[in-house]
Every structure is written in C-alpha cells, then in structure tokens.
Write a protein that binds this ligand. Structure first.
Ligand SMILES: NC(=O)c1ccc[n+]([C@@H]2O[C@H](COP(=O)([O-])OP(=O)(O)OC[C@H]3O[C@@H](n4cnc5c(N)ncnc54)[C@H](OP(=O)(O)O)[C@@H]3O)[C@@H](O)[C@H]2O)c1
Length: 218
C-alpha cells in the first residue's frame, strides 16, 4: 500500500512512517522544509517537498497519482496563531481531499482533535477557538465528500512510549491523553481496515489492544 502523509515530518507522521515501512507499505511524506528530507528517509519513507499552504490541488493530485491512501497529519503547531490554524488545520486538509478526489484516491484518514465537532466554549482562548473551528470545518468538508474517509480525534498527545492499549470509539469518549506512538499505530490499523470508513472516532489511552479496538469498530 502506498500511503501519502500530509505533514510528513510531524511527530505522529514520522512514527507512522516507521510502522508502515516495517510492515512493507510505502509511505510518502509531504514536507515543507527541505532540511527535513533526511529525517523522513530515515523513518523509511519517501520525502516529497510540498508546501500545503501554497500548492494547488492540481499540484498535489499529481503527487497522489500512484497512492492507495492519504493521511492528513499536518498541523500548524503549538506556536502558531489563528490565521495558520485556518491555512493548515482547515485549508490544507481541504486541499488534500480535493487532490484525493482528483487523483481517484478514495481512502483518507484525517487526524483531527477531541473538542472538534462543536463550537468552542464561550470564553475560550482565541487561538484554541480558531484551532477547534478549523478542525471542525475540516471534518465537515471531508464528511461531505464521496471518499472512504475516517476521522480520528485523539485526546492530548504525549511523547511517552507506546502502551499498545487504547480506547477508540465514536464520540463522546471522556477526555484524556494518548501517546503519539499509539496514535500512529491506530492510523496504521485504520488504513488496513476499510470497514472503518465513514466513522468519526475519538482516541485516548485505555485497556484495549490497538488491533482489537480497530477491529471492533470496523
Ligand atoms: N497537540 C495535541 O495535543 C493534539 C491533540 C489532538 C490532535 N492533534 C493534531 O494531531 C496532528 C499531528 O500532531 P503532531 O504532534 O504529529 O504534529 P506536529 O509534530 O506539529 O506535525 C505537524 C506537521 O505539519 C507540518 N506542516 C505545517 N504546515 C505545513 C505546510 N504548509 N506544508 C506542509 N507541512 C506542514 C509541520 O511541518 P514544519 O515542522 O515544517 O512546520 C509538521 O511537520 C495535528 O493535526 C494536531 O493538530 C494534536
């Protein structure tokens, strides 16, 4: 399986690239910064330079021509302001979905966030509100498309080692944290389970082994 990952140098993306390479899949990381090529290659993936805030859907569709699946794992990141929540967390996901449709790539896993799907609480920090608004809009865009999408909403991400044990279910799942390594394992599982298409799933640490949790909702 050839999997194109938007935000290919992100923390989850690098972990996912390793998992895909280990099981014999071909990962392709779309990255903005040429200095990140070596890291992506070290993770076992092909690195392709593509700035998702300036590329056109046509440009990206060309990069998806041989792909079997798309993973949207990009994000504007912790230090960014409201405008980049819109240009990355929303618009770059819309761009990838447009490109997937043009290229005929049906499978699309979107990394969203717990908290998406409803308006930000009144009084929320402006940047957090922009982030949740962007994620909610990206989800709505994807749901409206004729693609085999799965929306994954992790809780708070940590860099702890993988536990291999999670709680994965349609909302509402009580809030919590989850290691990025477990998120990567769940994405790899979702890619291999097309029965999870058209589902919105929330993810935190829990008791269920990853494979069993993914299987149970497919
Ligand atoms: N932090 C949390 O607790 C939390 C919770 C739930 C969900 N999430 C979501 O989980 C996802 C992945 O998280 P993560 O920790 O793996 O994120 P991350 O390490 O910040 O990775 C995001 C990646 O997106 C890339 N990116 C940003 N703008 C880009 C552009 N214009 N073109 C191409 N790539 C671009 C970044 O590249 P550069 O490094 O070059 O900028 C970065 O490599 C994000 O969507 C995040 O919002 C986060």
């Amino acid at each position: 399986m050839r999997v194109v990952i938007a935000g290919g140098h992100g923390k989850i993306a690098l972990l996912l690239e390793r998992l895909l390479a280990e099981r014999g899949d071909q990962a392709v990381g779309l990255i903005k910064n040429p200095a990140h090529v070596a890291d992506v290659q070290k993770a076992g993936a092909e690195a392709v330079i593509c700035d998702l805030e300036t590329a056109s859907a046509g440009d990206v569709a060309v990069l998806l021509s041989e792909a079997d699946a798309v993973v949207f794992a990009a994000g504007a990141g912790a230090g960014s302001g409201a405008p980049r929540k819109d240009s990355v967390d929303r618009a770059a996901s819309v761009l990838m979905a447009d490109a997937a449709e043009r290229a005929g790539v049906r499978r699309f896993v979107q990394v969203s966030s717990m908290g998406a799907g409803r308006p930000p609480r009144p009084g929320s920090d402006e940047v957090w509100a922009a982030y949740i608004t962007a994620k909610t809009a990206a989800e709505a865009d994807l749901r409206a498309r004729d693609l085999d999408w799965t929306i994954l909403r992790p809780g708070g991400l940590t860099d702890a080692p993988p536990t291999g044990r999670i709680q994965l279910a349609p909302p509402p799942v009580p809030g919590g944290t989850v290691p990025r390594a477990d998120v990567a394992a769940v994405i790899a599982g979702l890619l291999g389970n097309p029965g999870t298409r058209h589902q919105t799933l929330e993810l935190v640490g829990g008791d269920s082994p990853v494979a069993a949790a993914v299987h149970s909702i497919s």
